[in-house]
Design a protein around this ligand. Structure first.
Ligand code: DGJ
Length: 691
């Protein structure tokens, strides 16, 4: 809901539990008023009328109060907007007008030929913010930096704590928390993609627990380089500024008549602790971000860990038969099916089936998979090229490179310049042909290296490729989705290197991590769940010992229950699994299908974090709930502690479908449910239904 004061200078957006208000001051300065618990328009107006705090010499009256600090004038905070023309640098803007479209508020300012519009929209309790720049003047304007938003937190008695999700390859999205101190904490990526090192999310709280207290969260929807800066200013006020690009050294150049829209930087306030905040983020993404989120994702098989590059039509057929027999619904052939791709040294860029491996193309295998009752999926990595490929031999200038400098290879590959229209057109033709050549239902879209030589010889403003690569990637995905509406897409980047709200609005699920060790995964999934829902979090059951990373031995039970917390997949070498293992796997897959609506569409409660002993999550949907519990290691013969459940009706009774026991809701909520797990790496699934 959007309300506007009669004088047209105070605006308030409200969701079910929260409000966000801003005000145009007497000097035309746009001030942040309120972000937090729900208040009325009259409250916001009263806030706007309060006298200004006293300022000391050497401090700015604007710092810490402005909705979107621009560069220039009496401001010393980090500017969200930094532009220059041949003559001037910075912005001196005046308010032009506001308008609305539905519940979107647009505040339009002008500085000479540059029109700057701030957009605000409340969806559930999430405020979406972005900025558009329109160069109406005759001169080009260089945009050095255009952040999507600056968020201002209220003054609090207690010190702020910063939560973030950090990582690296095979160790993504691990939650870490630390007190915020004066100065700035900056996270981001200067790699050209979202990166494994940080999910573009931060949360700030003073004293929140999992289920209680205020939590402020901000998440960016951009799949290229990005930056979020959290600043504690001299008066202790906290501002969070974020947007596309890592540096302030030039994002793009706007010629006369050109426009630019920043990505969305979304903010959420919750007083339900970290659990309440993540449930609100999940509900928002399911309602507004993720395509077709009301449709549950199928159980998939992926061939990567089973067969690596060594694949053939016959061998994939064998795996497909076994996958179908254990209940898999989508069979995905990973890397190695195209061009001369028999290792990571060659073939990327040539998206036609390898004639030795698939003499009649992909159709016979796809048809076979369909006949087994499964959907068929395929792996691609369109933004990359191996120097040893037909594509590179024909177009060595289609990659990102600096004239006369070496072309840095990672995994023997270079990055195609998707800012170029001819490159995008080539990829469109290749992928459109591929998707038309066989009944393909699913595309796993990978991205396996960072930008290093981001040059574009001949282009007057080469640094635009950082932004235009991402826009090119989005445009290609959008075009393919429109032309092939039945095809689902997975975002992968060597595991979780491209997970953000931007890619999530164009893909159906994401590959969470190349780390498929079921124990490591618990921590990765715990972090991931702070912002994104299980509906997109792909998780595979692979072989034991874990071949990929650490050699850890774990039971099928532990591996399945770990992966059942997300979109279940199987990635082990089924050709090597015994009949007993296949039969057990079948039972787990069938159990997953029964709890799938709760996992993928229910409310998630993190009952205990994975910190060594017992950890557990609970999903609630309607009258049903399911608990997934994992015991890392039992010590001193102690029984696992009872798990206090959440989200139940205290006056109702619940029957456990596993044990047949009937539990009173109040007892489950206040005294908990006992789980029978013991030893090392044990796990349990307990389903409860309201009677
Ligand atoms: C990295 C991905 O994360 C893996 O799952 C697999 O698809 C490989 N790339 C294939 O090269």
């Amino acid at each position: 809901m959007l309300e506007i004061a009669e004088n047209g200078r105070t605006w308030i957006l409200s969701g079910p539990t929260s409000s966000y208000a801003l005000h145009l001051g007497a000097e035309g300065e746009l001030l942040h008023l309120h972000w937090g618990a729900r208040i009325s328009l009259a409250d916001a107006e009263a806030l706007a009328a309060r006298p200004e705090p006293k300022y000391w010499p050497f401090e700015s009256q604007l710092d810490g109060r402005e909705e979107y600090p621009v560069e220039g004038g009496p401001r010393f905070t980090r500017p969200a907007l930094s532009v220059r023309t041949d003559e001037r640098r910075g912005t001196e803007w005046t308010f032009e007008r506001y308008d609305t479209e539905g519940d979107e508020l647009r505040l339009r300012f002008r500085d000479g030929g540059l029109a700057i519009t701030l957009h605000h929209r409340m969806r559930h309790d999430v405020v979406e913010r972005w900025v558009t720049l329109d160069n109406d003047g005759p001169e080009p304007v260089e945009v050095l930096r255009a952040d999507s938003a600056t968020w201002t937190l209220p003054d609090r008695e207690d010190a702020w704590r910063l939560s973030q999700l950090h990582g690296r390859w095979a160790a993504e999205s691990r939650l870490t928390q630390a007190p915020l101190t004066y100065g700035e904490k900056v996270i981001g990526s200067r790699r050209g993609h979202t990166g494994h090192q940080h999910l573009p999310w931060v949360a700030l709280d003073t004293d929140a627990t999992e289920e209680r207290g205020e939590v402020y969260g901000c998440a960016l929807g951009w799949s290229g380089s990005w930056r979020i800066a959290v600043a504690q200013l001299p008066d202790a006020r906290v501002q969070i500024t974020g947007g596309a690009g890592y540096d302030d050294s030039g994002l793009l150049s706007l010629a006369a008549g050109e426009s630019f829209a920043t990505p969305v930087f979304a903010g959420l306030w919750s007083d339900g602790g970290f659990g309440g905040a993540s449930r609100a983020w999940h509900a928002y993404q399911r309602a507004y971000v993720i395509p077709d989120a009301d449709q549950d994702r199928p159980v998939l098989f992926n061939s990567w860990e089973a067969t690596n590059f060594d694949i053939s039509e016959e061998q994939q057929g064998t795996l497909a038969r076994r996958a179908a027999a254990i209940g898999v619904e989508l069979f995905v052939v990973d890397d190695g099916w195209f061009g001369t791709r028999t290792s990571d040294r060659a073939g990327l860029g040539d998206w036609a089936p390898n004639p030795d491996r698939f003499p009649s193309g992909l159709k016979p295998l796809a048809d076979y998979v369909c006949a087994l009752g499964m959907q068929f999926g395929i792996w691609v990595e369109p933004e990359m090229v191996n120097p040893d490929s037909e594509l590179y031999r024909a177009h060595p200038d289609w990659v990102q490179y600096q004239a006369g400098r070496k072309r840095t290879e990672f995994r023997n590959q270079l990055v195609l310049n998707l800012a170029r229209e001819d490159v995008r057109e080539y990829l469109w033709e290749q992928l459109d042909t591929l998707l038309s050549s066989a009944p393909i239902d699913y595309v796993k879209w990978d991205f396996n290296r960072c930008f290093t030589d981001a040059g574009w010889p001949g282009e007057p403003y080469p640094q635009r490729l950082w932004v235009d690569h991402v826009r090119g990637f989005y445009a290609l995905l959008d075009r393919l989705r429109a032309a092939h509406p039945g095809v689902a897409f997975e975002s992968c980047s060597g595991g979780g290197g491209r997970i953000d709200l931007g890619v999530m609005s164009r893909t159906d699920q994401v590959w969470t991590s190349d780390n498929t060790d079921p124990l490591d995964r618990l921590a990765i999934q715990h972090g991931f769940s702070q912002i994104h829902p299980a509906r997109v979090m792909a998780a595979w059951v692979t072989d034991s010992p874990n071949t990929q990373l650490n050699g850890r031995v774990s039971s099928l039970r532990f591996r399945f229950v770990s992966a059942m917390a997300g979109v279940l997949g199987v990635g082990g070498d089924l050709a090597e699994w015994t009949e007993e293992e296949l039969a057990e796997a079948h039972e787990w897959v069938e159990l997953y299908k029964r709890i799938r609506p709760l996992v993928q569409r229910g409310d998630l409660y993190r009952l205990r974090a994975p910190r060594g002993g017992l950890s557990a999550v609970q999903y609630v949907l309607g009258d049903e709930t399911v608990v997934l519990a994992w015991l890392q290691a039992q010590q001193y013969g102690e029984s696992a502690p009872a798990l206090r459940l959440r989200g139940l009706d205290p006056t109702a009774s619940y029957e456990c479908l596993e044990t047949g026991e009937v539990h009173r809701g109040a007892v489950l909520l206040h005294h908990g449910l006992r789980v029978d797990v013991r030893g090392d790496l044990d796990a349990a699934v307990l389903r409860l239904r309201r009677i």
